[in-house]
Ligand binder design. Structure first.
Ligand code: THU
Length: 141
């Protein structure tokens, strides 16, 4: 599926909307993500923090897990939004989790609150994903 300007704008808008549901009382840093899979489905996520800080889930992984739960495993684009004026990029853990469900050509749309965005390929942010053999005969893979 081709990622058009219209799709990019929609993902940017939906990432900003998802940010509104962020639960970030500890960092006060709200993040939203919206991704599209190859069939055109969109899934959103926000960061959800915890009093035990390390249990926090980032917006990007939250969105990826929503997609996986719906059986969608081929992500083609992801927008990430925060309240910061600089273009934030996914953390290392999120880059790796995204890599599990994309080929390297997936687009990461980095955004600012005024609606500007920059597109960068996941393969640039995470060039050498681990390549493990998937188990033959496991029908859940
Ligand atoms: N966070 C995300 O959700 N995504 C990012 O790309 C950067 C970091 C969250 C984790 C934590 O809740 C807060 O932002 C501060 O790190």
């Amino acid at each position: 599926m081709k990622i058009t300007k219209k799709i990019r704008l929609e993902l940017v808008r939906r990432a900003a909307a998802a940010k509104e549901n962020a639960y970030a009382p500890y960092s006060n840093f709200r993040v939203g993500a919206a991704l599209m899979t190859d069939d055109g489905s969109v899934f959103e996520g926000c960061n959800v923090e915890n009093a035990s800080y390390g249990l926090t889930i980032c917006a990007e992984r939250n969105a990826v897990f929503q997609a996986a739960m719906h059986g969608k495993r081929n992500i083609i684009a992801v927008a990430v939004a925060s309240d910061d004026d600089v273009f934030i990029t996914p953390c290392g853990a999120c880059r790796q989790v995204l890599a599990e469900f994309t080929n390297g050509s997936a687009e990461i749309l980095l955004t600012t609150p005024d609606g500007k965005f920059q597109s960068v390929k996941l393969s640039k942010l995470f060039p050498t994903p681990p390549a493990l053999k998937k188990l033959a005969g496991n029908h859940n893979t």
